[in-house]
Design a protein around this ligand. Structure first.
Ligand SMILES: Cc1ncc(C[n+]2csc(CCOP(=O)(O)OP(=O)(O)O)c2C)c(N)n1
Length: 370
């Protein structure tokens, strides 16, 4: 085929052509109807129900955590409602031996990966015990430094490759995080090393109050992977089946030795950025809120499963009640955990404390023993 002659100096044509290869992958439309038969994932009825249950669990956890924070019983909390498909359907495609490097909003995946809820709550309160992970939990604590988890994931992924493990390191950042230097360094290094990594950008439209349009001139965030030489794909992040399908394919690709994949999920957070004073009505219109409410990930998956005869109001109610009970038990255990001593916190920093820290430990231990 004769190649179309292009003028290398036609910058306008360059910009137009740049976005051609990034369609949004979708399986279920907003009404729960299959729009792409070829991409319906091969999940059993039980697995579909389990995925829906986890998404409902996450919604309830979000509501209960918000309430507990307002009662002063929890500390830091970054709301997750709206992002259930992006978070839980991507995690669903992973295995326990895959290594999770979460951001601060990715606590639901971390708990599903094996972190006891009580520890997640202790972490929220800044208690050092919230970082003492079960020995078999393949995960790092949630990263607060935007983008840093990408660099760590690249390293973990290279380690998995060097040990010939059939597993991936998977990590999440946001649209804001995709502007950080660490983001580019992470994907570039993992790409160069063909490391076993799956990188997620959860594009929820805002980095605190900064809208996606001001974040970058790139039309999709997925295309940022191209310069790193890695396959990159944009998916409807409110569509559990599409997120699962894309993630599964990315994982298969990476563990076959082909290197990493970058996945942009188009999603939305219904709540504020965190519960530390953000007011989204100052930067989002009611129109935008309504538009995204109409794309709700639980709603469309619920319709799909109900039509298949796999889901009902009673089933959903049972998950809601069980989750409330689980939260009640976990917060009780959290409340009864002895308060963290400053000396313990300091001792937690180094295996062998340097002199400057040891001096502080001595001061606090003296105070605490009074
Ligand atoms: C390196 C760094 N810079 C700034 C901050 C402060 N900060 C916390 S969250 C946030 C916005 C992140 O937005 P995004 O990556 O889109 O993720 P989202 O919170 O929407 O999930 C910023 C700037 C930080 N934690 N780390």
């Amino acid at each position: 085929m004769a190649k179309k002659k292009v003028n290398p100096l036609d910058f306008a044509a360059f910009l137009e052509g740049m976005n051609e290869n990034f369609p949004t992958v979708q399986v279920l439309d907003v009404n729960g109807k299959v729009v792409n038969e070829d991409l319906v994932p091969d999940l059993s009825d039980d697995e579909l129900v389990e995925l829906m249950s986890r998404m409902v669990w996450s919604r309830v956890l979000d509501q209960r955590s918000t309430a507990l924070n307002r009662q002063g019983r929890l500390g830091f909390f970054a709301p997750t409602a709206g992002q259930e498909a992006s978070q839980l359907a991507s995690h669903f495609a992973m295995t326990k031996e895959d290594v999770l490097l979460p951001g601060y909003r990715d606590v639901p995946q971390l708990i599903q990966h094996g972190l006891p809820l009580k520890e997640a709550f202790l972490w929220s309160k800044g208690h050092a015990a919230g970082n003492e992970y079960p020995a078999d939990l393949k995960a790092l604590p949630p990263q607060i430094i935007i983008g840093a988890q990408y660099v760590q994931a690249a390293g973990v992924a290279l380690g998995l490759k060097k040990r010939n493990k059939p597993n991936v390191a998977f990590t999440y950042t946001g649209d804001g995080g995709s502007s950080q230097g660490d983001f580019y360094e992470g994907i570039n290094f993992a790409g160069a090393m063909k490391a076993n990594a799956v990188f997620f950008i959860q594009n929820n439209g805002y980095a605190i109050s900064t809208p996606r349009e001001l974040q970058t001139a790139a039309t999709t965030l997925a295309q940022k992977g191209i310069a790193a030489g890695i396959p990159s794909i944009q998916v409807d992040g409110m569509d559990a089946l599409a997120v699962y399908k894309v993630t599964k394919a990315a994982r298969d690709w990476a563990i076959a030795g082909n290197g990493p994949v970058l996945i942009e999920t188009l999603t939305y957070r219904y709540g504020p950025h965190t519960l530390s004073g953000d007011d989204p009505t100052r930067y989002r219109s009611q129109e935008v809120e309504d538009e995204w409410a109409g794309k709700d990930p639980l709603n469309r998956f619920r319709i799909y499963l109900t039509e298949k005869g796999l889901w009902s109001e009673e089933k959903e109610e049972a998950v809601i009640e069980a989750t409330k009970e689980e939260v009640k038990e976990a917060i009780k255990a959290t409340d009864s955990t002895p308060k963290q001593k400053v000396s313990d916190f300091l001792k937690n920093m180094f295996e062998v404390s340097p002199q400057s820290i040891q001096e502080q430990i001595d001061i606090y231990e003296a105070k605490e023993s009074k």
